[in-house]
Design a protein around this ligand. Structure first.
Ligand SMILES: [Zn+2]
Length: 327
């Protein structure tokens, strides 16, 4: 575009009525947002490797849709910074940051769709993709005093078109009165460094939790829980140091530093946060727990940019997804 044409265009801005000014403003904001997100994603590619063969020998290979493309010198394939990540092939980059803000605020799919001007199907897909890595970003080791407790959730087929059982009345909370066949359990472990591990189980017992806990809890840790048979059996069988707090004696705090207050507070915050969704489908429970864990990790101050960058970490992503993707 010639300089004179640009100056003429700028001169016309003052003559626009409110409606057309707002239209122009929306176009500029959208463009700014696309550029901002693209820059954020491109700048995060400093140590990028080939997603196909992991080679670091790459050439820059032009820019498409504002994203830098690369060509691998080993396998000759081309890709961009999103290839092989949960964000690959998603459109409307200009709205991603605003969607990440909705995730930070814990908005429902419908609310986030309205806020970002996308339909409900897109909103659902984006939430799933933006949070896909969070289900696998869990601490590998907990140490020191490790507080452990579980939560019970009522089984929910919310959103399912076909129920395999008779519909039940609403109103089951996560109480011990839920028939066992309709329960699902989540284990929570948290150390004093605020590292939190959680996992969902359809049945709960020492043998069920053992595979995770053996690797997760470092040998010199102090396992701290209520005196429930599952935990007692686990720590006894595996010779883990165990500070047992008695429910019957109301002994939630044994010594000054030996307690499970942190995990109880975490669980209460989680239940309060989840109440906005009016029940979640059991098949997505792990996703919600992971979503909350990510928010809690940043004390509820996670930046939308951080949500995007965590979502594009290919090393966290399930390789089964990646095998279906290219470019
Ligand atoms: Zn390669």
């Amino acid at each position: 575009m010639k300089h004179s044409e640009i100056m003429r265009l700028i001169g016309l801005v003052d003559k626009l009525d409110t409606k057309h000014y707002n239209q122009l403003k929306a176009v500029i904001e959208k463009r700014d947002s696309v550029k901002f997100v693209s820059r954020l994603l491109n700048d995060d590619s400093k140590n990028i490797s080939c997603p196909y063969c992991k080679s670091l020998q790459l050439s820059k290979w032009g820019i498409r849709n504002d994203l830098q493309r690369y060509k691998c010198k080993s396998c000759k394939r081309t890709f961009n910074t999103l290839t092989g990540t949960p964000l690959a092939h998603l459109h409307k980059k200009g709205r991603w940051l605003s969607y990440a803000e909705c995730i930070k605020k814990g908005m429902s799919i419908r609310m986030a769709a309205d806020k970002c001007g996308v339909n409900k199907t897109t909103s659902f897909r984006w939430r799933h993709r933006f949070l896909a890595n969070e289900t696998v970003i869990k601490p590998k080791v907990l140490s020191g005093i490790v507080e452990v407790n579980e939560l019970t959730f009522a089984w929910s087929d919310k959103g399912s078109r076909t129920l395999k059982r008779k519909a039940r009345k609403r109103g089951y909370g996560a109480s011990k009165y839920i028939p066992s066949v309709m329960k699902v359990f989540s284990l929570f472990c948290r150390d004093r460094g605020k590292n939190t591990f959680d996992n969902v189980y359809h049945k709960f017992g020492a043998e069920r939790i053992k595979p995770e806990l053996l690797n997760l809890i470092s040998k010199d840790s102090l396992f701290c829980s209520l005196d429930k048979e599952t935990y007692l059996k686990y720590t006894r069988d595996n010779k883990v140091r165990h500070a047992i707090l008695s429910i019957s004696k109301g002994e939630l705090k044994k010594k000054d530093i030996v307690h499970i207050n942190n995990i109880l507070i975490y669980q209460n915050k989680l239940k309060l946060w989840m109440s906005r969704f009016n029940g979640v489908a059991t098949k997505y429970l792990d996703n919600y727990l992971s979503w909350f864990r990510a928010i809690d990790e940043f004390d509820f101050r996670i930046k939308p940019e951080t949500i995007l960058l965590r979502a594009k970490r290919p090393e966290e992503y399930n390789t089964n997804h990646f095998s279906k993707q290219s470019g």
